[in-house]
Design a protein around this ligand. Structure first.
Ligand code: G3I
Ligand code: 9MR
Ligand code: ZN
Length: 541
């Protein structure tokens, strides 16, 4: 029966924009496909597939059903004789993606710590306030400080400065580059003020981060967590393990300096006093970096097993701080530091390598103190890397700028970060190849992948139902908290479920929708935020 659902016809299960390229990916090599209108069952297009690519990351041989010429708004599916049919999808405008984008921003509200989630905003995901007690400084029995607030990092309840800084940075950049995508309100407690909701969310995260700074030295504590991860069924408000504030690190302090400098600029008109507070905190953190030139590395002591977010270098973080402080203040000394210390170092946009954020800051700065020769060099390297991504995607079966080695823990962040790189490249040097390749990230997240799986909770036909996310496990609600992007395939198989169920699979297939598979199915704020940048682009046109 050709009308049975096929796992071999892969589409963006949400949809495609009217004027965009519209491609379904077919596992195997079938010559003919049809686009069927869902309501009538009538074929509106009948065509030959193209291409035949052996995809290294998935082990699949794929061909393409290109129906870009179909520009009628509606609901459809793809049908291939002998194979069956795809999930339904829509053809529509940017609204298709702005809904998902809003849910992803709202998901950060659901991650908030230190306040009750009222049912007025959180509906069935409401819970009482959590982690509001004072936390003890590790190794200092007497001192307890207030570090309440911020976002739960991921599926756990730890709050870590390094990934939170990246989350805030992604969100601010999304707002700066695509402000038109943030005109709607998301029903959060701050929705009635005059600040865009996405910036209210950023402020929530940064207000906590400001508390993580040691007022005396300006250094920033690495994290506040319990010693060990709580039980998977623990709700935020029932997790009452003792909270520990772990020591100051170079990476936390430099990321903090960068992101508070950025906020001082972005909040200048919206919230002058918050902007000023961020500026002062940033300068103080920089001062710590100047007086503590040797790298202070964070490592979990033996008795602490919560997340580490370790790093072996603070070079990229410090360069990012210098770039943001230069952009915020115009002070030439930051340019001197940046020029002397910044190589491009891979243009990372993740928690461990932040050199890409440094580049973006330097390239889009309007300060006269920047060195135009240095900026030209960086721009050239940025565009070369973008061209490399385009050519990788042209060879990839799923049209992604992903090498098979990049399906590591949080591979979906790699997918999104490559798209961000391409979108920034397009801002530097307009090129349709860049935006088209970036859009493939969204198609991949929403189901056009070898797993036929939408990786975002609440969206798509085959959507994630069992994320490694404590509130979703513990709340007794069948549907997980919506708008969360999971980590995605991890070929290193870093949990027991993956090891027992996925061994031998191709990298892009090392994914399982199982709540115990934290290495493939956990969520994290900085995966969401990276995707938010890309979805902001998709909803902006
Ligand atoms: O960087 C290497 C790369 O050089 C190598 O080629 C590749 C081969 O597998 O591995 C890469 O390292 C991986 C690294 O992530 C990439 O960033 C490691 O295998 C992998 O173990 C590591 O995973 C991190 C994980 O914590 C374990 O430390 C994730 O990035 C990070 O997102 C995740 O963060 C956790 C927090 O600790 C706790 N809270 C939840 C959060 C999300 O799962
Ligand atoms: O829930 C934890 C998750 O947030 C982390 O990313 C992951 C890796 O550090 O660890 C999870 O906790 C597991 C622990 O490491 C081992 N025992 C089972 C825990 C999950 O319930
Ligand atoms: Zn909490």
């Amino acid at each position: 029966n050709s009308e049975e659902l096929s796992e071999n016809i892969l589409v963006n299960q949400v949809g495609y924009k009217i004027d965009d390229k519209k491609i379904a990916i077919i596992k195997g090599f079938d010559k003919k496909f049809k686009v069927i209108e869902t309501a009538t069952g009538k074929a509106v297009l009948s065509k030959d597939t193209t291409g035949k690519v052996n995809d290294e990351s998935s082990g699949d041989t794929v061909s393409y059903a290109d129906f870009s010429e179909l520009k009628t708004v509606g609901s459809y599916y793809i049908s291939v004789e002998g194979l069956g049919k795809s999930y339904d999808f829509k053809i529509g405008d940017g609204n298709l993606f702005s809904k998902v984008n809003e849910a992803m921003v709202k998901a950060l509200y659901y991650q908030r710590c230190g306040m009750a989630l009222d049912s007025k905003y959180a509906g069935e995901y409401a819970h009482a306030s959590c982690h509001t007690g004072r936390a003890r400084l590790y190794g200092n029995e007497e001192t307890e400080i207030d570090v309440s607030g911020g976002w739960h990092d991921a599926g756990d309840y730890g709050r870590y400065v390094v990934p939170a800084a990246v989350t805030a940075a992604d969100l601010m950049l999304a707002y700066e580059f695509y402000p038109q995508s943030f005109e709607n309100k998301y029903n959060i407690p701050e929705s009635t003020n005059n600040i865009p909701d996405i910036l209210d969310e950023v402020k929530y995260g940064l207000t906590w981060m400001l508390k993580m700074q040691d007022k005396q030295t300006g250094g920033v504590y690495h994290k506040v967590t319990s010693r060990n991860f709580p039980d998977l069924t623990a709700m935020p408000d029932t997790d009452v393990d003792e909270l520990l504030v772990m020591p100051v690190s170079t990476t936390a302090t430099a990321d903090f300096a960068a992101v508070t400098a950025m906020a001082s600029r972005i909040f200048k008109d919206f919230d002058p006093s918050f902007s000023q507070q961020c500026r002062i905190a940033s300068l103080k953190a920089w001062n710590w970096l100047e007086t503590n030139k040797d790298f202070v590395q964070y490592k979990n002591p033996q008795d602490v097993t919560s997340g580490e977010y370790g790093d072996s270098s603070g070079k990229d973080e410090k360069a990012w701080a210098a770039a943001e402080l230069l952009r915020a203040t115009g002070d030439k000394k930051y340019n001197d530091y940046f020029k002397a210390n910044y190589g491009t170092e891979g243009f990372g946009l993740g928690w461990q390598n932040v050199s890409g954020f440094a580049a973006i800051s330097y390239l889009f700065s309007d300060q006269s103190a920047i060195d135009s020769k240095k900026a030209e060099e960086i721009k050239k390297a940025w565009l070369e890397k973008a061209d490399m991504f385009v050519s990788t995607a042209e060879k990839d079966g799923y049209l992604l700028a992903m090498h098979k080695m990049e399906y590591t823990w949080g591979s979906n962040m790699n997918v999104a970060n490559h798209a961000i790189h391409l979108l920034i490249a397009d801002k530097l040097s307009n090129n349709e190849k860049y935006t088209e390749t970036a859009a493939n990230c969204v198609h991949y997240f929403l189901g056009r992948n070898t797993m036929n799986q939408s990786y975002i909770t609440g969206y798509g036909s085959k959507k994630v139902m069992q994320p490694h996310h404590r509130p979703s496990v513990g709340d007794g609600v069948a549907e997980p908290v919506p708008g969360l992007l999971v980590g995605g395939p991890d070929s290193a198989l870093e949990d027991d479920v993956s090891r027992s169920k996925l061994s031998g699979k191709a990298p892009a297939q090392c994914y399982i929708d199982d709540m115990n598979s934290y290495s493939s199915n956990e969520v994290a704020t900085y995966w969401n935020s990276a995707a938010i940048f890309v979805f902001s682009f998709m909803s902006s046109r």
